[in-house]
Write a protein that binds this ligand. Structure first.
Ligand SMILES: CC(C)(COP(=O)(O)OP(=O)(O)OC[C@H]1O[C@@H](n2cnc3c(N)ncnc32)[C@H](O)[C@@H]1OP(=O)(O)O)[C@@H](O)C(=O)NCCC(=O)NCCS
Length: 191
């Protein structure tokens, strides 16, 4: 076993194509056995549209982070904004499947919460059949507070709403560009 380092950075416009590639890959991998190819194609093309991602990356109200491995490849993405009620709305949290359960998702979520000074709550929507992610969020301290329906053109997605109180989150912390996430990985693991 060796210790590999993963660095969390703010996303930049030049990252957009690679971010899109990762998001499409992770979404397809996660839902290929649950959703139809049509639904996957529709959702990934609408939600991970390059123009949309580019506008979100430069939007100063959005915290948009990427995780890079030691070869500088993007292996994780998270973005969120804060609404007028001091609620952090988590829009995306994605980690490359080969790196699941090594602490990267938790670290990204920690950074999102620390970023928003004075936020009182964090809220997200997760597909109701995304059991693994729901387990992850429950472990992080979220609870299920409701359900919702998202409509993307002719696709209807049933989601669970999850929330966590973060009111002890008093101090804003601007992301340290050298922030490192060191985890144990087997040498030579390909992803
Ligand atoms: C959800 C996701 C981001 C979690 O990222 P991750 O890097 O694998 O999670 P972590 O390694 O940080 O896990 C943190 C803790 O949750 C636990 N955990 C992670 N996935 C879990 C699962 N499927 N079931 C139970 N526990 C889980 C870990 O064991 C770890 O526990 P520990 O703190 O006791 O060690 C990742 O699985 C993912 O990208 N999934 C696909 C995309 C997706 O569906 N995103 C959510 C959209 S709303």
């Amino acid at each position: 076993m060796v210790m590999n380092s993963y660095v969390i950075k703010k996303a930049s416009p030049s990252d957009v194509i690679e971010i899109k590639k990762l998001l499409v890959y992770v979404w397809t991998f996660t839902f290929q056995s649950i959703l139809s190819p049509y639904t996957i194609k529709k959702v990934t093309s609408v939600c991970f549209d390059e123009g949309l991602l580019a506008s979100q990356v430069i939007d100063k109200t959005i915290a948009f982070f990427v995780v890079r491995d030691e070869t500088d490849k993007i292996v994780g993405v998270a973005n969120a904004r804060e609404d007028e009620n001091k609620v952090i709305i988590l829009n995306r949290l994605y980690v490359h499947p080969a790196l699941h359960e090594y602490g990267i998702g938790k670290k990204l979520l920690d950074e999102i919460i620390k970023y928003f000074q004075g936020a009182e709550k964090i809220l997200l929507e997760v597909l109701e059949n995304n059991v693994d992610s729901i387990e992850f969020y429950l472990k992080y301290g979220f609870r299920i507070t409701g359900t919702n329906i998202n409509i993307i053109d002719d696709v209807i997605l049933h989601v669970k709403v999850m929330e966590k109180i973060v009111s002890s989150n008093k101090e804003k912390r601007v992301l340290d560009p050298t922030n490192e996430c060191t985890i144990k990985r087997l040498l030579g693991n390909k992803y």
